[in-house]
Design a protein around this ligand. Structure first.
Ligand code: KG4
Ligand code: ZN
Length: 342
C-alpha cells in the first residue's frame, strides 16, 4: 500500500509518501517526509498564531506536496490512498490539509483516511519498530497534549490520565519565553540546560504523589516565575540560567517518569512508548530508559527516531495504515478541533 499523508494541525506543513508491506507486522518504508516549519514566523509571538499558521499552510502546501511526490519518485496515479489529520488541532489550520486532501481525492478518485493526531504520535513508534508487544503504555507529550494511553491491542485506547491545564511542551514553550530563549522552547531549554546542575534550583513536582494519572504543569510555570524573582541571576548569569534550565527539565522529567512507571506496573505492560515533540528531550528519554531497565526488566522502552518525534506526515501514514478501514470518499472528510482519540 502506498500512502500519501498530509499534516497541517499546528505549525508544520507536512507531506509524506510511505509504502507499507505485511499485515500483522507491517513494515514501513518512508519514501519521503517533507516538513515546512513555521517556527520563524511564530517565534516573535512565543507561540503559534492560528491565522498566520493557516495562511502559511495555504501558501506552502502545494510546494510541500510536490516535493514529497518528487522525492519519492512517484506520481498521484501510484498513490493507493490519501491520509490526512482531521483532529485535534487548530481548525483553521486543519482545514487547509483537509481541503487539500479533499481536492486530491476528488481529482484523482482516491479514498481518504481521516487520522487523529494523537493516534499518529502513538503510531509513530511503528515507523522504526516492526514488532511491538501489548499491553502497551503510551506517554504522548507534545505542545498540545500530555496523555497516558493504555493499549491492550491495536485500535483499543484507554485514557489513564492527561494534563488538567498546560501540556508539557506548552510549559517548555512558556518558560523559554520567560527566559528569552526563543520559540520553540523545548529544544532551546534543552540546549541551554545541557550539562547544567539540575539540583541547584528547587522546583515543585506537581501532582507527583496524586493517586491518579493526571498531570498539571501550570503550577510549575508559576513556581518558575517566583524562582526567577527570587534568583534574578537566572536572567543575567549564564551558569545560573544553564542550571535553572536543567532544574526545570528535571522537574518535568521526574513527574512524567514517576507516573509512567506507576501505570506501567499497575497494568503489567510489556512495552512503554514515549512519543510527541517532547519525546525529543534527551533528559526525559534517558531517565525513562534507565527507570524501565532498572525497575521493569520484563518491559521494553521505545521512542520514535528523532525525525518522527515532532510533527511530521510519516506518522500520519503509519496511523492511517492501522485505521485503513475508515477510508472514505472526499465528501465525508471534515476537520474538528477536539475529536476524542479513536
Ligand atoms: O508534537 P509536536 O511537534 O507538536 C504538537 O503536536 O504539539 O510538539 C511540539 C512541542 C513544542 O512544545 C516543543 O517545545 C516541544 O514539543 N519539544 C521539546 C523538544 N523538542 C520539541 N520539548 C522538550 N525537549 C525537546 N528537545
Ligand atoms: Zn503533534
Amino acid at each position: 500500500m502506498r500512502i500519501l499523508a498530509i499534516e497541517t494541525s499546528c505549525d508544520e506543513t507536512a507531506c509524506a509518501v510511505v509504502d507499507v508491506v505485511g499485515k500483522t507486522t507491517p513494515h514501513f518504508t518512508v519514501l519521503s517526509n517533507v516538513i515546512s516549519s513555521q517556527v520563524k514566523l511564530h517565534a516573535p509571538y512565543g507561540g503559534v498564531v492560528p491565522t498566520l499558521a493557516s495562511r502559511e499552510h495555504l501558501k506552502n502546501i502545494p510546494h510541500v506536496f510536490k516535493k514529497a511526490l518528487s522525492k519519492a519518485s512517484t506520481t498521484m496515479e501510484d498513490i493507493d490512498v490519501i491520509a490526512v489529520t482531521y483532529s485535534p488541532g487548530l481548525v483553521i489550520a486543519l482545514l487547509i490539509g483537509v481541503s487539500f486532501a479533499r481536492g486530491l481525492g476528488y481529482a484523482y478518485g482516491k479514498k481518504i483516511i481521516p487520522v487523529h493526531h494523537v493516534a499518529a504520535h502513538i503510531y509513530s513508534n511503528w515507523l522504526s519498530n516492526t514488532k511491538i508487544v501489548f499491553p502497551l503504555l503510551n506517554i504522548v507529550v507534545s505542545g498540545g497534549h500530555t496523555e497516558l494511553v493504555l493499549m491492550k491491542r491495536l485500535g483499543s485506547y484507554t485514557l489513564l490520565g492527561e494534563t488538567r491545564d498546560d501540556a508539557a511542551g506548552e510549559a517548555f514553550d512558556k518558560v523559554a519565553k520567560m527566559l528569552n530563549l526563543g520559540y520553540p522552547g523545548g529544544p532551546a531549554i534543552s540546549a541551554c540546560g545541557k550539562n547544567g546542575d539540575a539540583s541547584r534550583f528547587v522546583l515543585p513536582r506537581p501532582m507527583i504523589a496524586s493517586g491518579d494519572y493526571d498531570f498539571s504543569f501550570s503550577g510549575l510555570k508559576t513556581a518558575v516565575i517566583h524562582c526567577i524573582k527570587k534568583h534574578p541571576e537566572i536572567m543575567s548569569n549564564k551558569t545560573a540560567r544553564r542550571d535553572f534550565c536543567a532544574s526545570f527539565e528535571q522537574a518535568v522529567a521526574d513527574v512524567i517518569t514517576k507516573k509512567t512507571m506507576r501505570a506501567a506496573q499497575e497494568y503489567h505492560v510489556k512495552t512503554i512508548a514515549l512519543s510527541g515533540g517532547v519525546s525529543a528531550n534527551t533528559r526525559l528519554r534517558e531517565q525513562l530508559t534507565q527507570a524501565v531497565t532498572t525497575h521493569l526488566r520484563a518491559a521494553t522502552f521505545i521512542v520514535p527516531a528523532r525525525g518522527f518525534s515532532t510533527d511530521n506526515a510519516a506518522m500520519i501514514a503509519a496511523a492511517a495504515y492501522f485505521t485503513r478501514a475508515r477510508a472514505t470518499t472526499w465528501k465525508n472528510i471534515d476537520a474538528s478541533a477536539h475529536a476524542p482519540l479513536r
